[in-house]
Design a binder for this molecule. Structure first.
Ligand code: PLP
Length: 364
């Protein structure tokens, strides 16, 4: 038998989440964000299953190339734009769009000017405006000047305008409305397509929907909010990390469990060993008490996570035995909970899933 740790990807949950986005933002086109191997889910399978997405957003040329090799036809946007002028010929061969956020990228485009632009070789640009996040983008006062330069550059086909929200996952933070206001003020004179919202913007700020929305984490069934009463927000988890108990043992009060002997049995009890660990991407910092589903019921992680193994407290189910199924996150156990216990965010937990695992794609 092969190693019991596996990733199961539920493509109907993915499509359910996609249609939730359509319902929330019915008048916007959807740029599905599939960077970082689709947040660890496998970029090609995810893109192929999102046949109704209007575009895909990726971080870099390598990811875009993988999508084109898999015959993905939709618009693909390089969210950080080109890193060097040499990338532009492949970008235009592959028919990719670029984000332009730095003046060096404007120069790259100007330097590839040709006397007679070949039809179909020009590049669509998404001009990024920094409305307050202060990571990527042009400051508001320089935007008009950059637009003028792009309009004079014949390697550029059309341009669109975008910005990124810094705090939309905190519904009460006044920064988001301020960013939206700033973006609208700059962009209102330009009759081009616009985009503002990530998942949190889609869910909490309808004013941010505009022409295009850019969902990432919510596609994968994870809420961007940390404070919510309803953690799932009508979304369904796409990824389940599962494994099995590979042994169950009876320990005595005072016995230590795992590396560093950080956890001791408070009483005579049974302890299970799960075949999965940080070598699979399970967060090593998950604390004792992190929930784990054994036979569909919650049990607690105890002691330190090892590279290929985890130990669980089986006092809640003394009948559990070797071979029983375990879920580490996903269906029945939100990855949000695991992230909380590991002092991180679900984004990081999902992206860290290791490619050594067997992935299976199905309809759930
Ligand atoms: C990653 C990313 C998104 C998606 O963010 P989520 O919070 O996962 O929805 C949207 N826009 C840009 C520019 C991004 O880099």
């Amino acid at each position: 038998m092969s190693r019991p740790a596996k990733v199961v990807i539920n493509l109907s949950a993915l499509r359910h989440n996609f249609s939730r986005i359509r319902t929330l933002a019915p008048d916007s086109k959807i740029m599905a964000i599939v960077k970082a191997d689709a947040y660890g889910h496998g970029i090609v399978h995810i893109a192929q299953s999102l046949e109704h997405a209007d575009a895909f957003g990726v971080a870099c040329l390598e990811e875009a190339r993988e999508l084109r090799q898999a015959k993905i036809q939709q618009r693909i946007i390089l969210l950080e734009g080109p890193y060097a002028g040499e990338e532009l010929s492949e970008i235009s061969e592959l028919g990719l769009d670029i984000v332009v956020h730095d003046i060096s990228q404007v120069e790259m485009l100007e330097q590839t000017q040709v006397c007679k632009p070949q039809a179909g070789k020009q590049i669509d640009v998404w001009l990024k405006i920094d409305t307050g996040m202060h990571r990527l983008g042009f400051l508001p006062e320089s935007v008009n000047q950059v637009i003028t330069r792009l309009q004079q550059t014949n390697s550029v086909k059309e341009f669109r305008l975008m910005t990124h929200l810094a705090s939309a996952n905190d519904r009460d933070n006044p920064m988001t409305s301020e960013q939206i206001r700033c973006f609208n003020q700059i962009s209102e004179n330009h009759n081009v397509e616009k985009t503002i919202a990530n998942s949190a913007g889609i869910m909490a700020f309808p004013d941010a929907h505009v022409d295009w929305v850019r969902p990432g984490i919510m596609l994968y069934g994870v809420s961007p909010f940390t404070d919510s009463q309803d953690p799932q927000q009508g979304l369904q988890p796409v990824m389940t990390l599962q494994s099995r108990l590979i042994t169950v043992k009876q320990l005595k009060a005072g016995d230590a469990v795992g590396y560093g002997a950080t956890w001791r049995c408070p009483e005579d009890m049974s302890v299970g060993v799960v075949a999965a660990g940080y070598g699979d991407g399970y967060p090593r910092h998950a604390k004792s008490g992190t929930p784990v589903l054994v036979n569909g019921k919650r049990a607690k992680l105890i002691g330190r996570a090892s590279m290929d193994m985890l130990t669980v407290d089986l006092r809640t189910q003394p009948q559990a035995k070797t071979g029983d199924p375990v879920v580490l996150w996903g269906e029945g156990l939100p990855v949000e909970d695991i992230a909380n216990y590991a002092d991180t965010i679900p984004y990081e937990v999902l992206c860290a899933v290791h490619k050594r695992l067997e992935f299976s794609y199905g309809e759930g």
